[in-house]
Design a protein around this ligand. Structure first.
Ligand code: FMN
Length: 142
């Protein structure tokens, strides 16, 4: 599948949701503290399922920025899934940090073929970002 095909079919793309076995704290402050500790200890959460992506050539990977880097469930996915030979297109939400070197982190963690420039939007603006998303899809090159 070429990127041209993936661009045309992006609406029909298969969607996978990453779910962790253990839940994260509900309260924001507890959550951020917990994540910070887990990052420091380099503990990645167990995923309920690691999506089988073998049949796909192009994988869009979405993550919020957590303490300046990729979220822990996505870090788990990058470690467990076989992304060798795949093209990765990150989409990232943040509240000020921007892209945060996440494309490079994804490349390093997964050993994928290539990471394309990310779609980067503020989490608080995500629900009104349909036009930005459409424009981004449009910029995808063959
Ligand atoms: C544990 C944690 C750490 C975060 N660290 C950052 C950060 O370093 N930089 C930043 O801009 N936003 C940070 N945020 C804000 C998130 O990026 C923002 O809440 C998220 O993109 C919104 O998406 P969501 O609704 O899927 O969580 C952090 C949020 C959490 C929960």
């Amino acid at each position: 599948m070429s990127l041209r095909t993936s661009k045309k079919n992006v609406k029909e793309a298969t969607l996978f949701k990453l779910e962790t076995v253990d839940k994260y704290p509900e309260k924001y402050d507890e959550m951020t503290q917990y994540v910070k500790e887990q990052q420091e200890k380099q503990i990645l959460p167990e995923l309920k399922d690691v999506p089988d992506i073998a049949e796909y050539d192009v994988i869009f990977i979405g993550t919020p920025v957590w303490w300046g880097t990729v979220s822990l469930p996505v870090a788990s996915f990058l470690q467990k899934a076989n992304l060798v030979g795949k093209i990765v297109i990150p989409f990232i939400t943040h509240e000020g940090s921007g892209e945060s070197g996440i494309g490079e982190s994804m490349q390093k963690a997964s050993g994928c073929k290539k990471v394309l420039p990310a779609l980067v939007i503020k989490g608080s603006e995500a629900s009104e970002s349909e036009d930005v998303v459409k424009k981004f899809i449009h910029t995808l090159k063959d």
